[in-house]
Every structure is written in structure tokens, then in C-alpha cells.
Design a protein around this ligand. Sequence first.
Ligand code: IMP
Ligand code: MG
Length: 184
Amino acid sequence: MAKSNMDQDILKVLLSREDIQRRVQELGDAIYDNFRDKDPMFVGVLNGCFIFMADLVRASQMKSELEFISVSSYQNGTRSSGVVQITRDLQRDITGRHIIVVEDILDSGNTLYFLKNYLLAKGAASITIVTLLDKPARREKPIVADYVGFEVPDEFVVGYGLDYAQQYRNMPYIGVLKPEIYSK
Ligand code: IMP
Ligand code: MG
């Protein structure tokens, strides 16, 4: 394996770089088929979306606009606080637009439940949710993603945009973090 001082903190690899690449292309193709005539706006949920979003929009090869929103619900822990706050709002009007929300992982559902209602209240014509990962075992809010890359077990995962305390986002694969890292 190539050099990395992050691999040592990983218990096991869940999804390889190749697994992810293949699935992101499938998602991009499906989104192209459904949105090519809709002039959609991708809204990425920062910071976790940044790598997935970059790959997905290039995989879709579709005329579209990109926007970002930042929310916080985690305070460096591994569980959702349930309270979602917007820390950086959209910079453009979304009235009447078809919105494709791009998220790294759907966990408790608190973030996407809040965002979906928020974007509808801002006048979006439709909301479609794309999440790279889905952890259905942990759902607290009634929210279902329209496109899911992979279902994952109830373990804390990092890499390909996903962090623990802002680290590991730049790993090219997705892995399960060794529990001793976050119980330190
Ligand atoms: P939710 O609001 O609980 O659905 O959580 C959504 C956010 O929690 C995601 O956008 C991630 O930032 C974070 N999150 C949830 N599970 C994990 C995980 O296993 N690894 C890293 N981040 C996670
Ligand atoms: Mg996130």
C-alpha cells in the first residue's frame, strides 16, 4: 500500500477506492437519466460531501449548478446531538429549482430531515436526496434517501470525506475506525 500515517488507525477496510468509484459512476448515470432535462442544482452538505460531490458531479456529466450548505450537529463526538444548525447558508435563490442534496452519510436522519424541510420552505420545486452511505440501524427521523451508494453497518466509518474530529477525510477508501481512537 502507498504511504499513509492514517491506515494504522483503521480496524478494517469497508469499501475500497475501486468499490466507491464503480458505485459513484452508477449513481451519476442514474441521476443523469432522471435529471438531464431539469437543470437541477446540486446542494452539497459540507464538509463531508466534498469528495463524493466532486466525483458525483463529474460522473453525472450533466448541465447543472452547484451550491453548498454547512450544518452542524456533531460536536467532535460520534453521535448526533439532534440539534441541527446552519453554519453557512446557500448563496443563491432556489425558488422553483430541482434540488439534489448530496450527503456523505445518513445516520440518525436529523440533518437531512431538517434540511429537506428547510429547502422546501425556501421554495424548491423538488428535493432529491443522494447519500453515499446509509446506516439505517440508527435512524431517529422518518427520512429515506432517493439514491444510496452503500448500506453500512452500525460502526463509525471514516475516509472519502467522512471524518472523525476533522481527520481522515482524505483517505481514498472508507474504513472502520479503531474504537480506541475515539474512546481515548
Ligand atoms: P445524522 O444527522 O445523524 O443523519 O448525521 C449526519 C452526519 O453525521 C453526517 O453528515 C456525518 O457528518 C456524521 N456522521 C454520522 N455517522 C458517521 C460516521 O460513521 N462517520 C463519520 N461521520 C458520521
Ligand atoms: Mg456530514
